[in-house]
Design a protein around this ligand. Structure first.
Ligand SMILES: C[S@@+](CC[C@H](N)C(=O)[O-])C[C@H]1O[C@@H](n2cnc3c(N)ncnc32)[C@H](O)[C@@H]1O
Length: 228
């Protein structure tokens, strides 16, 4: 830990600092989350973190069959997996760059498979068309998972399956009172990649919604794409 010598419970402030820097290494992000593990779940609970509940609600809305295979992408300590499992989904895999977060997730006993890997432009260790759904809860943000990985996520989802992204609104849209958090390079990349996939008929946008107060008083965007 070097540049992240702070109280990790202050996640929003931390991310505000790093959001405009494309140069934060993925290794720094990994170290940050590795060191956060002992207090992550409790810190997020105190921040009234409702992304996992929303994520599992979206999956439930799309699938009545509880046997569908779901990849929790940027799974962290497994908060989304716990919610999905509680709703009856048992066929869940996790991928994350932080091995210590994944070790905490494994202890929750809700994942069938846990893979430590970077989600990026490179190939993920999953077969083509092997998941019914990929869920990305709070893992898309500047310096974290970048939109450039989306074609790779499309590769591993079955036709008719879905890719879901829940992310803080203020990073890709200008939000009153939070203008300084807007991250132009991330917004441009997000638009370019998502529209390319739409234009090349690799996927179709099913829904985009703004959900207020998904963490403290901050709004989130939810995107659901159907893979074609
Ligand atoms: C804010 S946490 C969210 C964790 C979990 N989805 C949740 O809702 O609690 C972001 C997670 O994304 C992971 N992450 C960030 N960048 C990543 C990347 N490029 N590849 C894989 N995981 C990444 C971090 O290690 C961290 O566990």
């Amino acid at each position: 830990m070097t540049e992240f010598a702070f109280s990790v419970s202050l996640m929003t402030e931390v991310l505000d600092h790093i959001k405009n820097s494309k140069d934060v290494s993925i290794n720094s992000i990994k170290e940050m989350y590795d060191s956060w593990v002992p207090t992550y779940d409790e810190d997020l609970r105190k921040h009234n973190y409702r992304y996992p509940a929303k994520a599992s609600e979206i999956i439930s809305e799309h699938f009545s069959d509880k046997n569908v295979s779901i990849l929790d992408c940027g799974a962290g300590t497994g908060l989304v997996g716990v919610e999905l499992y509680r709703l009856g989904f048992k066929n869940i895999a996790a991928v994350d760059i932080s091995s210590k977060s994944l070790a905490a997730a494994e202890k929750k006993g809700v994942y069938k498979k846990l893979v430590c890997a970077e989600v990026g432009k490179g190939t993920l260790p999953f077969d083509d068309k092997c998941f019914d759904a990929v869920m990305c809860s709070a893992s898309f943000m500047p310096t974290h998972i970048r939109p450039e990985c989306l074609p790779e996520l499309v590769r591993i989802v079955k036709p008719g399956g879905i890719i879901v992204v829940l992310m803080a609104q203020r990073y890709i849209e200008v939000v009153a009172g939070d203008e300084e958090c807007f991250c132009k390079y991330y917004q441009l990349e997000f638009e370019e990649v998502t529209q390319d996939l739409e234009g090349s008929k690799k996927w179709k946008l099913i829904s985009k919604n703004v959900i207020p107060n998904l963490m403290l008083n901050k709004a989130a965007l939810t995107f659901v794409w159907k893979v074609l």
